[in-house]
Design a protein. Structure first.
Length: 123
């Protein structure tokens, strides 16, 4: 049951990246509302889950992680545009960094899942 192994590893990596992203988001001066914290963690967990269930591998594992990370970061990035004004970060900077970090997290999740644990897509 290699697909189960892939799903579990990728989803756990998604939770880990979600907690890391939450840590980055809550490191500012303003307090992060709990719905935003839940949204951040679930968004990154969803990247891991989608990578875990994907049976398609786009050319190379890193490209697959990049594409999944960007696609599943878009809802969170557009949600950031509704955030209140913040003197530390502009909304456009938060939008861009959310998508870029999503791509990085996607590649990281694929790296750990496919290379480290050798749970390739389609096994």
């Amino acid at each position: 049951m290699k697909t189960g192994k892939r799903l579990i590893i990728a989803t756990l990596c998604g939770v880990i990246t979600g907690l890391a992203c939450f840590g980055l988001a809550s490191s500012g001066k303003a307090e992060l509302p709990w719905p935003a914290a839940v949204q951040i963690i679930l968004s990154r967990t969803l990247i891991g889950f989608s990578i875990g269930i994907s049976a398609v591998s786009i050319v190379h594992w890193s490209l697959n992680g990049l594409v999944m990370g960007v696609i599943y970061s878009l809802p969170l990035a557009f949600g950031v545009l509704m955030a209140p004004d913040n003197p530390e970060f502009s909304r456009s900077m938060l939008f861009t960094s959310t998508i870029v970090l999503g791509a990085v997290y996607g590649i990281f999740i694929e790296l750990v899942t496919t290379v480290v644990f050798k749970a390739e897509a389609g096994d």
